[in-house]
Design a protein around this ligand. Structure first.
Ligand code: SF4
Length: 64
């Protein structure tokens, strides 16, 4: 089963901690919001680090 990280944008404070933890999966878009980059597989350890360190606790895995 495919899993991908989801960001709850309404809770996101745009601190960019997730981008620093896992630049392969997270980026800030031109509007200044976090975007999850489309990948066929996500690096578990780095995404888990972003989930753990997100100060707003607004990243989670979603199974597809
Ligand atoms: S770490 Fe969390 S609060 Fe910070 S930009 Fe990423 S998703 Fe938003």
């Amino acid at each position: 089963m495919m899993k991908r990280p989801i960001v709850e944008l309404s809770d996101c404070i745009r601190c960019e901690v997730c981008v620093a933890a896992c630049p392969a999966a997270f980026r800030m878009n031109d509007a200044g919001f976090v975007e999850v980059i489309d990948l066929s597989a996500y690096p578990d350890d780095e995404v888990n680090e972003a989930i753990r360190d997100c100060p707003a606790d607004c990243i989670r895995w979603e199974e597809e």
